[in-house]
Every structure is written in structure tokens, then in C-alpha cells.
Design a protein around this ligand. Structure first.
Ligand code: GLU
Length: 573
């Protein structure tokens, strides 16, 4: 008997010891077990509480989004047996409720999808389209000079036909397992119960200059007045109910009529009509993929997003310029001066050569041509002039990125946006309408008199920088997925994280949290003054609020991280 007791005690200790070691090495697995997957009752989204969900390690599935309510609804859907496509629908619907300033039904999206079974890489593009009656001088004043940025943003003239819902529906049709209704259902229930707004939403509303001028009585005022109270967006709930029955009702019934009416009747009226709404079609095509010299493959959206193209061009130049260090096979920290020159050049190419390929000629052969890129990079350096950035508002704080790996190892990476914070500020049926048309160049011709490729035109899609990327290793296995909001700075944020993981052997936390930088039109911006110690030409310090989300596959587990600069979280199992 004595022996049995002693034996049991020893075994117990062993188990405790084993558990200690297990949780020490797999903290993600430890906390993922305690997660209450239900979304209510609601904790606040204060930073400290969310901090423990910023990074984690998981075995079976993982979700990273910009808001914990959205992360949790994604978790719930996957737990229930849903795929990445099912979770994406619920996540996006939830983001439209809890982070309405950034993305939603009134906006557009780029989704990259890796189907593990067929090993195919897909792209779903739901970019907003300009109305058929749009005139190309829409953003010029009577004197022919470009409008001030926010004069163009506010009101109906900046609203493109929203594409997010159509793209989501296509992803779900192709790769969803649960029914359309079933995936929207938990968001409907959640919205009926109301939610405590995040500090980020409260602050965005407190800072907001235009919204309450247009809607002095808006329901959103309650968030500013009583930020600690539950917020109900009942119009959004009823929109979700309608869409869960029939998604098409967004494009061809009263919701469409309301969108048209509100854009046409605003102070700065647009020319959107019902046919624009009815005829909208998102695009499902092969993702744009490019193999690097180490045979890693980068995949993401095609034009009209410049994201994949610009990041790949930066990587091609990087590999050329740092070839010696890369060959030596050890990790290295690249000279930041050179990294910034690469970015400056790639932004220059973007301005000059990219636009909607349905409207302007794009020399596809040259996009990833090493010789063309390197030759022009060298001559660009010689005569690159410092000109100040046209519009500081180009680096904005809205938009949302999320990534999912499901139990069958399908990967979905999505960046979604209504452009500016609260978009055009026009609000209907519980969601904000985008101002994505201000992603067109305001001018039609450049200073030399050449037509600008990204000039506005009827039916055209404005150039984007969204970069929901998926990267594969030399054996064509999934290696990582990443993306960020940040307007044109997305390209710099994603490039920074990629080179630090691929070439400097950084972990994902460093890759996300290391200070951001960007060089655009000859001007350097840095997030941390310390970076200036590395720079020959000093940068200007400013907020560079990325919202990076990364999932990295390491052996049999996923390491995931959400940017501490925003509210994002990581959950999984
Ligand atoms: N409208 C931007 C784009 O499509 C995204 C805005 C943002 O990330 O803040 O590139």
C-alpha cells in the first residue's frame, strides 16, 4: 500500500513536470485550451488584456485578425468544422460591425487562397469600380488643379461600387463547407446583443471631423458620449439578416437603391446608378506568383493591386544588391540606406507604370525582369530628385488585414478596406461607403505631359497597395502568410517583415515590431529616431501604424503574430 502511494506521488510529480515543460515550450497551445470560444460575454479590447493574444504557437489551425471579436468568431467557425473560407465570411461581417471605420460591406477586398488539396493558389478580387458615368476630371477643380485630398474624399464622388460581398460570396461558393447562412448567423446573434467598442474605434470617432457634420444625429455619437456602454448597430443587424438569406439583395434591391441615393444626394454628389450596382462582378483568377532565386514562391493579388508586384520587385532588387551576403548563406542585416533606395525606386515604378490593365497597357514581361529593374534602378539612383511627398494622408490608418490557416491546412489571406477612416463618411444600412476612388491619381497627366496610368475613368478600378501574400518554400509547401493595412506604406511594411524573416533570421515578433520605414518620392519617413543612426540621409519621424499579421509554418506548428500597433489578436488550437 505504502509503495502504491509513493509511486502515485512520483508519477503525479512527473506529470506536473511534463505539463510545465509542455506549456513552457508551447505557450500558444496552453492558452488556446483555455479560450472560451464563445464571443459573449464581452471583455473590453483594452491593450493589456489583448496583449496575451498577440503571439502564439498552434498545431491545428490559427486565425489572425485586427480585432479580437473577429478573431474569436473565426475561431468559432473553424471549431465548428468550417474552412478558412467559411471563417473569412464571418470575420469580415464581424469586422464591419466592430471595426466599421476600416472595412466592410461598403468597401473592397483582395483575398489570396491556397487550396491544400490541389496545391493551387487563387486570387479573389473585389476591388471597387468607378461608376459608368464617371468623368476623368472628377478630382480636379475648375482651374484644372487637383482638389485637396479631403475635399475629394468626403461625399458621394469618391464612392466606387463595393466589391467585398461579391468576392466573399465567391470564395465561400468555391471553398466553403458550412452554409452561407450558418457562417453569418453567429455575427447576427452577436450584433443583436451589442458590443463594447474598442478604444481604437472610440478614438477614431473622437478625432472624426466630417462624419458628425453630415450626420449630427448619428447613432455612432453614442460611442463618443458613452464609450463604456454596449453599442448596438441595429441597421447593420437587419442588413446581415437580409444578406444571409440572399447576398444578391445587396446589389439589386433596396440596399442598392439606398447606396445609389445617398451617393447622388450628398453635398459632393457621385454618379453611381443601379446598373453599376447590378453589373458588379468580382474576379476569381489564379494568384500572381513569382519564384525568388532561392526558389521560394511569393503569391498574391494581381493588378489592380500593385501589392504583389511592388513587393516582388523589391525582393528581386534586394537579392541582386545583397547577392554576396545571401550566397554566404548566413543571416545578415542589410544596409538600410540601400533598402530605402529600393523602396523609393519601386514606388517610382508604381507611379509610372501601373494601373488597371483593362484600361491601360501594362508591359507584363518587364514587371519582373531582373535586368530591366537593375539597370533602371542604377540610373534612377543617379538622377533621383528629392521631392516632397504629395500628400501625407496617403499613409492612412484605416483598412484591415486577416489571415487564416484551417484544419485542412488551407490558407486564406485577405486585406479589406473602405480606404480612409470611415471612408467617404456616407453611411447607409449600418455600414460606411468607401472613398476608394481617391486611390486614382487626381491629375490626368504628369508634369511632363504624359497620361498617368492610374488616372480616373468610367468603370475603371483604382490602383491599390494591398498585399495579402502567401509564401511557399523550395518544396512548394506553405511557409508563411502576411499582410497589413497602411495605404502605400503596406508595401514597405510587408517588405520589411519579409526580408527580416527570410534573410536576417528574425522571429515573427521582431519582423512585426521592429520599427517601420518608408522612402517614397525621395522622402524618408521612420518610426523610430534610432533608425537615423544607420542613415546617410536622415529620415523624418512619424507614426507608421502598420497592422501586420503573420502566420509562419515551422516544422509541424504555426507561429503567429499580430501587430501591437493596432488591436489585432491571434487565436487557434
Ligand atoms: N486604399 C488603400 C489601397 O487600396 C488601402 C488603404 C489603407 O491601407 O489604409 O491601397
Amino acid at each position: 500500500m505504502k509503495f502504491v502511494i509513493i509511486y502515485t506521488l512520483i508519477m503525479k510529480k512527473k506529470i506536473i513536470f511534463f505539463l510545465l515543460i509542455y506549456y513552457l515550450f508551447f505557450p500558444g497551445l496552453a492558452y488556446s485550451k483555455d479560450i472560451n470560444p464563445t464571443i459573449q460575454p464581452e471583455p473590453s479590447s483594452e491593450k493589456e488584456k489583448l496583449n496575451k493574444y498577440k503571439f502564439g504557437k498552434f498545431k491545428n489551425f490559427v486565425i489572425v485578425t485586427a480585432n479580437d471579436y473577429a478573431t474569436r468568431v473565426g475561431y468559432q467557425i473553424i471549431k465548428k468544422g468550417g474552412t478558412a473560407a467559411d471563417a473569412a465570411v464571418a470575420i469580415q461581417m464581424m469586422l464591419g460591425l466592430v471595426e466599421p471605420q476600416s472595412s466592410g460591406l461598403g468597401g473592397g477586398t483582395f483575398i489570396t487562397y491556397y487550396d491544400q488539396k490541389t496545391k493551387r493558389k487563387h486570387s479573389f478580387e473585389g476591388r471597387e469600380k468607378a461608376p459608368q458615368k464617371l468623368k476623368n476630371d472628377i478630382f480636379l477643380n475648375d482651374d484644372g488643379r487637383p482638389k485637396k485630398f479631403f475635399d475629394a474624399v468626403i461625399g458621394g464622388s469618391s464612392v466606387g461600387v463595393p466589391g467585398t460581398l461579391d468576392a466573399l460570396y465567391k470564395v465561400h461558393q468555391k471553398f466553403g463547407k458550412l452554409s452561407w447562412k450558418e457562417v453569418i448567423e453567429p455575427v447576427i446573434r452577436f450584433s443583436e446583443e451589442g458590443f463594447i467598442p474598442s478604444n481604437r474605434l472610440i478614438n477614431a470617432l473622437k478625432k472624426e471631423k466630417y462624419l458628425f457634420e453630415i450626420y449630427p444625429e448619428s447613432n455612432f455619437k453614442k460611442i463618443v458620449e458613452e464609450p463604456k456602454k454596449k453599442f448596438f448597430n441595429r441597421e447593420y443587424t437587419s442588413t446581415l439578416k437580409k444578406l444571409s438569406e440572399n447576398y444578391k439583395s445587396f446589389y439589386n434591391t433596396k440596399i442598392a437603391e439606398d447606396i445609389v441615393k445617398i451617393t447622388n444626394q450628398s453635398n459632393s454628389p457621385g454618379v453611381l446608378n443601379l446598373n453599376d450596382m447590378k453589373n458588379y462582378k468580382s474576379i476569381h483568377e489564379k494568384a500572381l506568383c513569382h519564384k525568388l532565386t532561392n526558389n521560394y514562391e511569393v503569391c498574391g493579388p494581381n493588378l489592380p493591386s500593385s501589392g504583389t508586384i511592388c513587393v516582388v520587385q523589391s525582393l528581386i532588387l534586394f537579392e541582386q544588391i545583397f547577392a554576396e551576403q545571401i550566397k554566404s548563406n548566413s543571416s545578415f542585416s542589410p544596409d538600410l540606406n540601400k533598402v530605402l533606395e529600393i523602396l523609393d525606386f519601386v514606388y517610382f515604378l508604381r507611379d509610372r507604370y501601373l494601373g488597371d490593365p483593362n484600361y491601360v497597357y501594362i508591359n507584363k514581361q518587364r514587371l519582373f525582369d531582373k535586368d530591366f529593374l537593375f539597370k533602371n534602378f542604377k540610373s534612377f539612383k543617379k538622377d533621383s530628385k528629392v521631392s516632397s511627398i504629395q500628400n501625407i494622408d496617403e499613409i492612412l490608418n484605416s483598412t484591415s488585414h486577416f489571415s487564416i490557416v484551417d484544419k485542412s491546412q488551407n490558407v486564406l489571406s485577405a486585406t479589406s478596406s473602405i480606404e480612409s477612416s470611415f471612408g467617404s463618411r456616407l453611411l447607409t444600412n449600418g455600414f460606411f461607403l468607401n472613398n476608394q476612388l481617391t486611390d486614382f491619381s487626381f491629375k490626368i497627366r504628369d508634369d511632363e505631359g504624359n497620361l498617368i496610368k492610374n488616372r480616373p475613368a468610367a468603370g475603371k478600378r483604382p490602383l491599390s497597395s494591398m498585399s495579402p501574400l502567401i509564401i511557399f518554400d523550395e518544396n512548394e509547401n506553405f511557409l508563411m502568410t502576411l499582410g497589413s493595412p497602411g495605404g502605400k506604406a503596406i508595401i514597405s511594411y510587408v517588405f520589411k517583415s519579409l526580408i527580416s524573416i527570410l534573410y536576417s533570421n528574425s522571429n515573427i515578433k521582431e519582423a512585426i515590431e521592429d520599427p517601420n520605414y518608408i522612402k517614397i518620392r525621395g522622402k524618408i519617413y521612420i518610426e523610430d529616431e534610432k533608425l537615423n543612426n544607420k542613415l546617410a540621409i536622415k529620415g523624418v519621424k512619424r507614426n507608421l501604424t502598420s497592422g501586420l499579421g503573420i502566420i509562419f509554418k515551422e516544422k509541424e506548428r504555426y507561429l503567429a503574430g499580430a501587430d501591437s500597433r493596432r488591436d489585432g489578436t491571434v487565436r487557434g488550437n
